[in-house]
Design a binder for this molecule. Sequence first.
Ligand SMILES: Cc1cc2nc3c(=O)[nH]c(=O)nc-3n(C[C@H](O)[C@H](O)[C@H](O)COP(=O)(O)O)c2cc1C
Ligand SMILES: CCCCC(=O)C(=O)O
Length: 379
Amino acid sequence: MPDSDLTFQNLEELKPRAEKILSRQAFGYYASGSESESTLRDNEASFKRYRLVPRLMVDVSKVDTTVTLLGRKIACPVLVAPMAMQRLAHSDGELATSRAAAAEGIPMVQSTMGTVELAEVRRAGKAGPMMMFQLYVFKERGFVKQLVQHAEKSGYNAIVVTVDAPFLGKREADEREGFKLPDHLRLENLTGLAEAARMERKVHSKNKGSGIALHFADHIDPSLTWDFIPWLHSITRLPIFLKGVLCPEDAHMGVEAGADGIIVSNHGGRQLDYAPASLDALPGIAAAVGKRVPVLVDGGVRRGTDIIKALAMGADVVLIGRPILWGLTLGGESGVRKVLETIKKELRLSMALMGCPSIEHLGRGMVIAPWDQYPNARL
Ligand SMILES: Cc1cc2nc3c(=O)[nH]c(=O)nc-3n(C[C@H](O)[C@H](O)[C@H](O)COP(=O)(O)O)c2cc1C
Ligand SMILES: CCCCC(=O)C(=O)O
């Protein structure tokens, strides 16, 4: 597939361009949310509801976007969100994303459901600051143990357990299109295991409806409870982040159960429709966590100003999902690099315009919610 023209101004213009290149099945799988896609739309819409109040007369001749996560310095407070099946977008798939993220000094989170084997993806990103492995919890715990320990040995620096998916959400585009993984691709982390052969058949199955939803229902454990976290700690030394938290009480229970990080997320609007927009859920969760562990957020981050809003409202780092897949579709490694470069540049300029020479200058007072008063407003 020839790489297309990589002149673009911003991340918001990429989706229609990727749609022209991808198959209907692949675009539907990547772009869609669940049911009426209310949460999917609300993720981006929520960022647009908040306003920023710049501060003036601060020396912003130098702007430092770096932050520290798990003791490692990263180029800016951004991670590449875990996303399955990246070879649907480009033949280099996860390898391209991993190289691009490393070159930009940004950590990638690798999905369990990758189409390149996890150790290869880690090797491709060895020049980067770190990588995390996203875990889906299979009913077969022996398999989970093997997967996690393999990720640890391969050099991943943290485990991200996705806790919002006891079943896959009802994604009607996938049902309509009968979404399956094409025959030339494999879920490479699941091969070589007895269990995997049966799973693979399901993912490629000729059954009507979404192949991945069927796979999920068969093999992912919907009985997961908080005692899973101490068990996971018992089989790995890696820090454990929980992804998919939307309720302050769950954030608190997660930290009590031993989580080393909380990711506020509604899975890009792909799980429970009418779940709150991630940004709206964030302040309550940040308050409940109370700086005991890092708080991350994803869903709808498309602009440098979105990163500023999320950080000012209590996040330490954001994750970016779909725009990475659109960049990968357009131009493989170069496409992903351009996406990350673009948002980094926007972040740097907006920080300067906000009067923030470094990330710790960002605070709640700089963001106005629709229900807040403007500073010193006279009614
Ligand atoms: C195509 C696609 C595949 C995804 N696969 C996974 C996955 O394997 N594991 C996971 O925890 N989240 C997965 N997610 C959710 C993302 O990690 C992230 O929460 C979401 O996409 C962020 O929202 P955004 O796309 O609006 O930036 C996936 C999202 C998309 C769009
Ligand atoms: C079977 C792959 C599921 C990946 C996922 O989490 C998603 O599509 O949202």
